[in-house]
Design a protein around this ligand. Structure first.
Ligand SMILES: [Zn+2]
Length: 71
């Protein structure tokens, strides 16, 4: 067999998961620079940080600027 359509399913599922993950939960402070890594930037002070996504989830604290900026 040259093509196995079953291979497509896990890839589509993964894309849906990434999109869900990248819903901006703190849009007043966080700018999402790179959705794939991901990389965030603070709109207030310009700090750039890379939240850990090892478990496939972003903790609430990752949506806060490391410098503690509040809108
Ligand atoms: Zn900041």
């Amino acid at each position: 067999m040259d093509h196995n359509p079953i291979i497509d399913y896990p890839i589509k599922f993964e894309l849906i998961e990434v999109r869900k993950l990248m819903e901006n939960r703190n849009p007043e402070v966080v700018e999402i620079i790179d959705e794939e890594k991901p990389i965030f930037k603070c709109k207030l002070c310009g700090t750039i940080w890379e939240p850990e996504t090892g478990s496939g989830k972003l903790r609430y604290s990752y949506w806060q600027c490391p410098e503690g900026c509040k809108p």
